[in-house]
Design a binder for this molecule. Structure first.
Ligand SMILES: Nc1nc2c(ncn2[C@@H]2O[C@H](COP(=O)(O)OP(=O)(O)OP(=O)(O)O)[C@@H](O)[C@H]2O)c(=O)[nH]1
Ligand SMILES: [Mg+2]
Length: 315
């Protein structure tokens, strides 16, 4: 339970604060939106669906308002692996108890997958703003009007807000819509707090993002990262992390010829880790096989996918 944070001079009648879940099918841009709203990279993103696996809080404190965004995994029909069921559980669990949901859809049109998300939002009975993302991809902006008309008939949305998360278009309009719907109350987090997640979690996610981006189509979904050690010593921090895959053939791909692939992943990760911690870093990576881990609940627990930790677990 997060206790309200008393701020010097902050009057609870003047201040606003609330939890706002970002929901949507995989790949609609939820994590990109959260990062761009926060003005810093917190959540990992990629062109491949099912990038985000665990709910992640990102706190934006601006003027008198504090928005506690909850980035969530993409909602989809999770009939398959334990990992997929876990991911959808994280997303749906995050909708319970938030003050507001932002349902992201793509500007290119309503999708069958959006219907699954809409149903989950209706079941959660949470007020919802529909964010029409990726408007930069629309060649003909007049296409937005029929889409907005369709969306307004799909659900009783509080508002429809077209944006481009990637190009920072209309994000202030979205923030204004969000803030005006937050309850008047004291802030829950200190002004300099950005997330409730540990450094090890964020570093592990950076490594996973780089592996996802470098590795081919199938492999990313069978990759987990465990950070064994972080030493924040001067002048150079040290990070040891293991990339787990499910099969020997995947291990060979992840290491690459003469270790070239692993070296590239490590190099990409080092840059982001240095930006995160603000100092030089040395990143050492290993690849290990844990057979079919994504189908085994006990392996998920070992890799930090704890089912009891829901998105609003910080409340
Ligand atoms: N053109 C364009 N691309 C975007 C925009 N927002 C996100 N993207 C891209 O869409 C892809 C998916 O973005 P993510 O933020 O990872 O999507 P997500 O909804 O978090 O995906 P999951 O975590 O897999 O559910 C990435 O390649 C982003 O760069 C946008 O406004 N315009
Ligand atoms: Mg995501």
């Amino acid at each position: 339970m997060t206790e309200p944070v008393a701020e010097a001079g902050a009057d609870p009648i003047e201040t606003r604060c609330g939890y706002v879940a970002l929901a949507g099918r995989p790949n609609v841009g939820k994590s990109t939106l959260m990062n761009h709203l926060l003005g810093r990279k917190l959540s990992i993103t990629s062109r491949k669906p099912q990038t985000t696996r665990q709910a992640l809080i990102g706190v934006l404190t601006r003027d008198q308002a504090q928005i506690v965004f909850v980035d969530t995994p993409g909602i989809h029909v999770a009939s398959g692996r334990a990992l997929n069921r876990y991911m959808v559980g994280q997303a749906v669990g995050s909708l319970a108890g938030v003050e507001l949901a932002l349902m992201l859809v793509e500007a290119t049109g309503w999708h069958d997958g959006d219907e699954i998300v809409r149903r989950r939002i209706r079941e959660a009975d949470v007020p919802c703003i529909c964010v029409i993302n990726k408007i930069d991809r629309l060649r003909h902006k007049e296409r937005l009007l029929p889409l907005m008309d369709t969306l307004s008939r799909k659900h009783d949305f509080e508002a429809l807000v077209p944006v481009s998360a990637l190009k920072n278009l209309a994000l202030d309009d979205l923030l204004a819509e969000v803030v005006s719907r937050l309850p008047h109350r004291s802030h829950l987090f200190a002004a300099d707090e950005v997330t409730d997640r540990s450094l090890a979690f964020l570093v592990g996610e950076i490594v996973r993002e780089k592996a996802m981006r470098r590795l081919g189509a199938e492999l990313p979904h069978q990759t987990a990262v465990v950070v064994d050690r972080i030493t924040l010593s001067e002048p150079c921090a040290e990070v040891d992390a293991v990339i787990y895959v499910e099969r020997d053939t995947q291990k060979r791909i992840a290491i690459g010829k003469g270790g070239a692939m692993l070296k590239s992943i490590g190099e990409d990760a080092r840059k982001d880790i240095e930006a995160l911690i603000g100092s030089q870093a040395m990143v050492r990576l290993w690849v290990k096989v844990d057979r079919h881990w994504s189908g085994r609940p006990e392996a998920l627990q070992r890799f930090g996918y704890h089912s009891q930790r829901a998105a609003k677990g910080a409340r």
